[in-house]
Design a protein around this ligand. Structure first.
Ligand code: TXA
Ligand code: MG
Length: 325
């Protein structure tokens, strides 16, 4: 199959493809999504096939505005409506009771669905023109690093999907915050740019998911995630990053990845910087890993401290498969 990469002028074609049950990769403010008509079982099945995604890992459904919410979810709590009003469009996914109209494989075995309104012109226009909710996981081969530009999507899906809509680099760079609103006290299943303190401006209480992951909670989290093609470890401190680098540099090609402050202290060693602020680090994280795996054989990642670093630490820990030095 020939894979076309096109900008806004391809939007009509993209909407037609979605309507006819095909896949289209599209930009959002977080990461690129691999989209299909969420009401069509055969279209949704193509996502699992193209990504190599385990069937029990449910998909997030993307809608254009709050009016579409009732076509994908039901019994929506007031607090969820309030969160949508304040944070959408934006990097927030809410887990709600699902509508029977959705294709079964969107969330097989569950009676819930993750819903979000992405903040990207092309994403919204695609959903509006297609006239259906769009199921979309991140547009990367399963277990690999997420895609934050059209060229990343092309690396993973050239020849496998008909169209990649190119909307430039993603602003946020890590996936949406996921909050399960079906629990008495809402639970953050995946940390993201919208932090617990932001949610607490609307919710009286919110809890972080920790410990063992059960099927009904966050099925995707039990699989390996965000893994570069080369060895990747997290350094407990600057000293341990430097020590690991020096230990292996005679046989291997290591690189140290961290923020400006961290990499500035690495002297003559190979470095890739994530920028100076936390927002920049989140934005640059996946693209830096994709760059690093092309030129180096070991990636040594900085460990970020503090509660506000939960989102990037969640990605770092998974990229390293828990390996620390
Ligand atoms: O920012 C994002 O959320 C991006 C863009 C494309 O919107 N999407 C994304 O999708 O990150 P994906 O499939 O890569 O990650 C979705 C995560 C998975 O870990 C999945 O298990 C979880 O959300 N999830 C989806 N539906 C769920 C549900 N009903 N209950 C619990 N977890 C759910
Ligand atoms: Mg993903």
């Amino acid at each position: 199959m020939k894979t076309q990469v096109g900008k806004a002028e391809w939007i009509k074609e993209a909407a037609k493809l979605i309507q006819s049950g095909e896949l289209v990769a599209f930009p959002t403010e977080t990461v690129y999504g691999l989209g299909a008509n969420a009401l069509s079982e055969s279209a949704v099945q193509k996502i699992f096939l193209a990504k190599g995604r385990p069937q029990d890992n449910p998909l997030i459904v993307h809608i254009a505005d709050i009016h579409m919410l009732h076509s994908v979810a039901q019994d929506i709590p007031m607090e969820a409506m309030e969160l949508f009003r304040i944070f959408s469009p934006g990097p927030l996914t809410l887990i709600l009771k699902k509508s029977p109209d959705l294709a079964k494989s969107v969330s097989p075995l569950l009676d819930t669905v993750g819903v979000r309104i992405p903040k990207h012109e092309l994403a919204i226009e695609l959903i509006q023109r297609a006239g259906v909710p769009i199921a979309a996981p991140s547009a990367n081969i399963s277990s690999r690093v997420s895609a934050t530009s059209a060229s990343h999507v092309w690396e993973d899906f050239d020849g496998k999907i008909p169209l990649i809509l190119d909307g430039g680099d993603c602003e946020v760079g890590i996936e949406s915050t996921i909050v399960d609103m079906t629990k008495d006290i809402p639970v953050i299943l995946r940390p993201g740019r919208i932090k617990a303190c932001d949610l607490l401006t609307v919710l009286p209480k919110v809890q972080m998911k920790s410990g063992e992951i059960k099927l009904a909670e966050a099925p995707g989290m039990k699989y390996s995630h965000y893994a570069p093609l080369v060895r990747c470890v997290m350094a407990k401190s600057l000293e341990s990053a430097l020590a690991e680098y020096d230990r292996i540099s005679a046989q291997e090609k290591p690189v140290i990845v961290g923020n400006n402050q961290f990499t500035a202290q690495c002297k003559n060693r190979q470095i890739l910087s994530l920028g100076s602020s936390l927002d920049e680090a989140e934005k640059n994280y996946f693209q830096t890993l994709r760059k690093a795996e092309k030129s180096y054989s070991t990636i040594i990642l900085q460990r970020f401290e503090g509660e506000e670093s939960a989102a990037i630490m969640n990605r770092i820990t998974k990229s390293c498969g828990g390996k620390t030095v």
